[in-house]
Write a protein that binds this ligand. Structure first.
Ligand SMILES: *Cc1c(COP(=O)(O)O)cnc(C)c1O
Length: 413
């Protein structure tokens, strides 16, 4: 049984957080029953509950992919991905101008250069613009499956093959989603997931990196734990000779994430049902369309995104329902990261330019975001422009009410 209401009293959260219940509690109590809270241990010792290990195994089987590495955040999984690929000083990484700031921050902290790319009507990276921005320094493209909608992995795959680029998938907002029947995270050289409170699976904080590449996995493992080799069982010195940091996940987080993983398919189906209901209940209206979905069946259905013909119309409807347009969605829009008072690189002299791009550099993205409004289906997050809508536990009556309010707002503007 899920909790009656989120204990924080704050209703802004994603599907996983809304689904927290007895299963998560049981896994955490299992860990607390022995007090073995760190990820390493003897798998044959009954006092070691190996939640992080189980999470990695079950997640890898779920996608399926060969290796999964749990981390303490999605941002860490992205940074480790880039470092494990050997991406660094002066290398260029293509990244969409509509993403969470973490995608860009990971590139900067790897000391590479984020090259901002337009999004298309799917609000994911535009493969045609990505192609235009390739230079001799381009090493990778970050495919951000934004708002639960898969990127066009067919086009990006062709591009990557043609130019010998790595694909790093940012699956933070799309765990469980798929493109042409194949799960997201399995297309790239690496894929990075997040378990923060706004994501499909929520564990407070946490992340996970996946890869089919043995060597990359070993490097990633070393980077996430001070140079050690996978699943170290003793205090021996690392042999790899690679200088790592500490991005490990604790057993408490692993326990929650494991219970959430086991609910992932049920959550996706609950979201898809509700999205179909809501969409069916909204009347057809002139001047209002929907974002393109690169995979209608495989998208996560965390959002219903309206795209208006006209920015003024979008803004008015947004005001009516009390939610911002995507152009105003905080640290998700490149121009907010680069304008005066926005982000600079941590250290002067790093490859990344102090301003990654100037407002106006991505005119198509600007235009699309001004005309787009997120209606929450499963991720309720004002920062992502989704303060209005329903959630994963909304009833049929609540869905009806939300649809009526939205139709009304569009009609009276
Ligand atoms: C949430 C998010 C991240 C970062 O994940 P954290 O676990 O919060 O570090 C990265 N990229 C995107 C697109 C996200 O939405």
């Amino acid at each position: 049984m899920a909790v009656e209401r989120l204990a924080t009293g704050d209703v802004m959260a994603g599907p996983g957080a809304y689904s927290f219940g007895d299963e998560e509690r049981a896994e955490v109590l299992d860990v607390l029953s022995t007090g073995h809270l760190s990820r390493y241990g003897d798998l044959s010792d009954p006092a070691f509950k190996h939640k992080v290990y189980s999470l990695e195994r079950e997640f890898a089987d779920y996608l399926p992919v060969k290796h999964a590495l749990a981390t303490n955040s999605g941002t860490a999984a992205l940074l480790i991905s880039l470092l494990a690929l050997g991406i660094g000083d002066g290398d260029e990484v293509l990244v969409p101008g509509f993403t969470y700031v973490a995608s860009i921050a990971a590139i900067v902290h790897a000391r590479a250069v984020p090259v901002l790319v337009e999004v298309d009507e799917s609000l994911t990276i535009d493969p045609a613009d990505a192609r235009r921005k390739i230079t001799s320094k381009t090493r990778a493209v970050m495919a951000v499956h934004m708002l639960g909608n898969p990127c066009d992995m067919a086009a990006l795959g062709d591009l990557a093959d043609e130019y010998g680029l790595h694909i790093v998938e940012d699956v933070a907002q799309a765990a469980g989603g798929s493109f042409h029947g194949r799960r997201l995270g399995t297309f790239g050289t690496t894929g990075a997931f997040s378990f923060n409170r706004y994501k499909m699976m929520a564990a407070g904080e946490g992340g996970l990196l996946v890869s089919d590449d043995d060597d990359l996995y070993e490097r990633a493992f070393a980077l996430h734990d001070q140079g050690h080799s996978p699943l170290r069982a003793s205090k021996t010195m690392p042999a790899a000779g690679l200088l790592g940091l500490n991005f490990k996940m604790s057993e408490l987080t692993g326990a929650v994430a494991l219970a959430q993983l086991r609910k992932l398919d049920a959550m996706l189906s609950a979201l898809r049902t509700r999205k179909a209901l809501l969409r069916g209940a909204i009347a057809e209206m002139p001047g209002v369309g929907f974002r393109r979905l690169n995979d209608v069946v495989g998208e996560c259905a965390t959002m219903l995104t309206l795209v208006f013909d006209d920015a003024h119309y979008a803004r008015k409807v947004a005001q009516r329902v009390g939610s911002p347009t995507l152009a105003e969605s905080g640290w998700h829009v490149y121009s907010h990261m680069t304008q005066v008072g926005g982000h600079r690189t941590p250290v002067e002299g790093w490859s990344a330019p102090a301003r990654f791009a100037a407002p106006g550099d991505l005119p198509n993205t600007d235009d699309l975001l001004r005309r787009s409004l997120n209606i929450s289906i499963g991720v309720v997050d004002a920062g992502l422009g989704a303060a209005f809508g329903i959630n994963i536990r909304s009833t049929a009556a609540e869905i009806e009410t939300a649809a009526d309010r939205l139709t009304e707002a569009c009609r009276t503007v």
